[in-house]
Design a protein around this ligand. Sequence first.
Ligand code: PMP
Length: 330
Amino acid sequence: MAYAESVLDLVGNTPLVKLNSVTDGIQATVLVKVEYVNPGGSSKDRIAVRIIDAAEREGRLKPGGTIVEPTSGNTGIGLALVAQQRGYRCVFVCPDKVSADKRATLQAYGAEVVVCPTAVAPEDPRSYYNVSDRLAREIPGAFKPDQYSNPNGPLSHYETTGPEIWRDTDQKVTHFVAGVGTGGTISGVGRYLKEVSDGRVQIVGADPEGSVYSGGTGRPYLVEGVGEDFWPTAYDGSVVDEIIASSDAESFDYTRRLAREEGLLVGGSSGLAVASGLKLARRLGPDDTVVILLPDGGRGYLAKIFSDDWMGSHGFLPAQPGPTVGEVVA
Ligand code: PMP
């Protein structure tokens, strides 16, 4: 019988898929690593497993303990999944702008969600940073993973994502591209691929225009999960050869094209990674193999990037408008 012992055994070993349509005119082989097939739906399952394993080993998380983290996104889902499997309580703190769907997803795994006002300064005691710090202090047996500084985030990618890419490309990968949020993915995969290839593999970060990694100050952009307004310690710039910025418009255009042309329903940070990755690939030749990491799936963005109304109201003219409901084709 072929089965996994538990859902946690399904984390990682994600497939590589060749892009065939959006790469028109490009000579290099462009492969995407599809992270939405992880059981929690994103690359963040990998860091959740590694962070919890390490906290258990170091005695920072004991049976019956509580995980407290300010997150509403993919990291929360990954942590909730691991916590549920290992019997920990989970408390997530998120700002009130977070959609009801995202909160419901965390609660579905049995996590508790504490909602804080968005319209207060970070130093306000009601801000979600301060509330999560206070809960971590006050709840007995609480553990705060802190994905922006926890070294186990990048380590999880050093130990799993990097080796998978090296193995699955038969050591032929020449360039790796990933969007940069905490920096964990690019730092961990980058360090691994640099080491095994004697520095040959080029590591390229994709950044939303305006974020610090491409020289900005963190001007608001709409693509989620990537870009920062500060330099997290999880980011190791020494393994990054180049940062290629792309706009929201480019990122969302590629997000929609990946669904329509490649059958890959992915989130906006995947569109960003592909937008920047293809700018790179256009400069390369037939002997190059580019691997672009796609962090999560598109279901969570149907009301935004995949909605013509939302795209229109934010000034993005969809390159390929969706079919009109009720249109009669004679
Ligand atoms: N895309 C999405 C949707 C994410 O949630 C994240 C994590 N913040 C990233 C990309 C970036 O990954 P990393 O934090 O490893 O840089």
